[in-house]
Design a protein around this ligand. Structure first.
Ligand code: AMP
Length: 184
């Protein structure tokens, strides 16, 4: 089973993807985490990536592809993609890539949350996880990018009849159980 998670920053994509990956023994591929791991290295590429993350801007898709394509192809039990696609051109490219490699996506899980709730959660996370992109100004940018670029991806998958819209405001376990029920 292959799944994609969509949703605004702070909607719990990472948490829910992790729980679901454990339950169904799927590979959790978080593009944000792959980038944060890459940034820890002392390379020019790491510095370049960091400058995008610190501003809340999208990292060039070539870099993302380099980090994730092999993981997708090696996920023999299936995968959960968390963090991509983030705009229409990424969605179109991935569509082509999945087709070419005979990969089927079962569902695209869209975690829906208001901007106000997203912001509150991200500010709370800033204190506990110390992520450099969880400052108020960067959060604003990330939400702006989400509306401008990622929202059309929701429609893209709705048109393909793959979208599973989930209210992301309840607690973690309630959301998890709702997703599990809707997938079965
Ligand atoms: P996330 O952990 O999904 O919130 O991602 C953190 C940051 O990583 C984002 O604000 C972007 O700067 C970058 N990022 C993650 N995934 C992508 C992607 N698919 N395309 C471009 N940038 C990305």
């Amino acid at each position: 089973m292959n799944l994609i998670f969509l949703g605004p920053p702070g909607s719990g994509k990472g948490t829910q993807a992790k729980l679901l990956a454990e339950k169904y023994n799927l590979l959790h591929i978080s593009t944000g985490q792959l980038l944060r791991d890459e940034v820890k290295k002392d390379t020019d590429k790491a510095k370049a990536i960091k400058s995008y993350l610190d501003k809340g801007q999208f990292v060039p898709f070539d870099t993302i592809l380099e980090l994730m394509e092999e993981k997708i192809l090696n996920a023999s039990q299936g995968f959960i993609l968390d963090g991509a696609p983030r705009n229409l051109s990424q969605a179109q490219h991935l569509d082509w890539f999945f087709d070419k490699n005979d990969i089927q996506i079962k569902k695209v899980i869209f975690l829906s949350l208001t901007d106000q709730e997203s912001t509150q959660r991200l500010l709370k996370r800033a204190k506990s996880q110390n992520r450099s992109d969880d400052s108020p100004q960067v959060i604003k940018n990330r939400l702006k990018e989400y509306h401008r670029q990622t929202k059309p991806v929701v429609e893209f998958y709705q048109d393909k009849d793959l979208l599973l819209k989930i209210d992301a405001s309840p607690d973690i376990q309630t959301i998890h159980q709702t997703i599990v029920k809707k997938l079965s």
